[in-house]
Design a protein around this ligand. Structure first.
Ligand code: SAM
Length: 357
């Protein structure tokens, strides 16, 4: 190894070590209201003293905390007056900012403290962080029911991911006219509502199937979207049984929560539930063949330390192999082109199309 090679490795170590402090510093700048103040103030900006007066912390704290966002180009500091203005953050659209903020908040509530226990969670196969922090034994989705603050932090990210990837997913969905569709683990029916948005003219009916505790929120969303005649909710456990009476099953962001054996149980239950000729469309977190995504940066630690203590993204070929193992015939596959994804994108996806022969 040359010294240049070693330097590159050392620089990577530095990136990893400073990750949590960089994250906390930026989040705090937002949470103190500094970004909001600078946004409201406009081009003249505000000095540390002025920011201190409106945020209720000392000018020293403001100055220290703004060193990093100034260094990284989020915020600018005028050399002469010392006034701060938004720099990089001002170049983001409201939509772009609204997309990244839920991730910042979710990492605080759902990841940061829980990941202190990642090693134990992996060793013991359960979310030790939830036990230590909340005295809760079980997975994140069960804990979210008892601790609404967890759900409140997680849901906007799930909606942002669904909102970002579902247009891609639904534009690749070839639903037959009049199809009866079940969205397995459809959460609070956002997928069902979007299926109607993209394919409603075909006269489809979509059932959101998820844990019973999702019913109220799902029905509210269905009613709110005005699709009560063509969408409904059924509560149940996909590991136990999946309801029959559907031509097409969608599974999105669900198999990746489980290890191979549980994913197979869900897929076999889906196979059982569908009639011969019934179709499965499965979209999941994927490690792209060319490695071009942040999937590995986030999801293994997130699944193991924060949500399930199992599962994780797979290569597209692995998803297809598991679906075949459950008895389906693969009819097509597609991987997301990450070169066209926004720069802040963390997950990469793929879709497997299959039929029950
Ligand atoms: C990551 S979310 C995916 C939501 C949705 N499919 C989407 O793409 O936006 C996982 C969902 O699985 C549901 N879930 C967890 N365990 C389940 C089970 N045993 N049976 C049915 N749904 C389950 C959760 O309630 C949650 O809504």
């Amino acid at each position: 190894m040359t010294s240049t090679d070693a330097d590159a490795v050392l620089a990577k170590f530095r990136d990893y070590v400073t990750g949590p402090t960089r994250y906390a510093n930026l989040l705090t700048v937002f949470e103190l209201g500094i970004v909001a103040q600078l946004k409201a103030t406009g081009p003249d900006g505000m000095t540390a003293t002025q920011l201190a007066a409106v945020t209720g912390v000392s000018a020293h704290h403001v100055e220290q905390l703004l060193e990093l966002p100034v260094k990284d180009g989020f915020i600018a500091r005028a050399p002469r007056t010392g006034a701060y203005t938004l720099d990089g953050i001002a170049r983001l659209t409201d939509e772009e900012l609204a997309r990244v903020m839920p991730w910042l908040h979710m990492v605080k509530e759902v990841c940061l403290r829980q990941l202190y226990h990642l090693t134990e969670s992996v060793r013991e196969g359960r979310i030790v962080g939830l036990e230590q922090l909340y005295g809760f034994t079980g997975n994140f989705y069960q804990a979210s029911k008892a601790h609404p603050e967890l759900h409140a932090a997680w849901e906007p990210v799930m909606h942002a991911v669904t909102g970002y990837i579902d247009p891609w997913f639904y534009s690749r969905l070839d639903l037959p006219a009049g199809a009866r569709v079940i969205d397995i683990a459809g959460n609070t029916a956002q997928g069902a509502v979007l299926a109607q948005k993209y394919h409603g003219e075909k006269g489809i009916h979509v059932t959101c199937f998820d844990l019973p505790e999702k019913e109220d929120e799902a029905l509210d969303n269905i009613a709110g979207a005005g699709v009560g005649d063509s969408c409904r909710f059924i509560g149940g456990d996909a590991l136990a049984e999946i309801p029959k009476g559907f031509d097409v099953a969608m599974i999105k962001h669900f198999l990746d929560m489980w290890d191979h054996d549980n994913a197979l149980r869900i897929l076999r239950n889906t196979y059982e539930a569908l009639p011969a000729g019934g179709r499965l469309i499965a979209m999941h977190l994927t490690y792209p063949e060319d490695g071009n995504a942040a999937t590995a940066d986030f999801f293994p630690a997130y699944f193991f330390g924060c949500t399930m203590a199992q599962g994780g993204p797979q290569k597209l070929s692995t998803w297809a192999a598991w679906i075949e193992e459950a008895g389906f015939k693969i009819t097509g596959t597609v991987e997301q082109d990450m070169t066209t994804a926004p720069a802040d994108t963390i997950p990469a996806h793929s879709i497997v199309y299959a039929t029950k022969v």
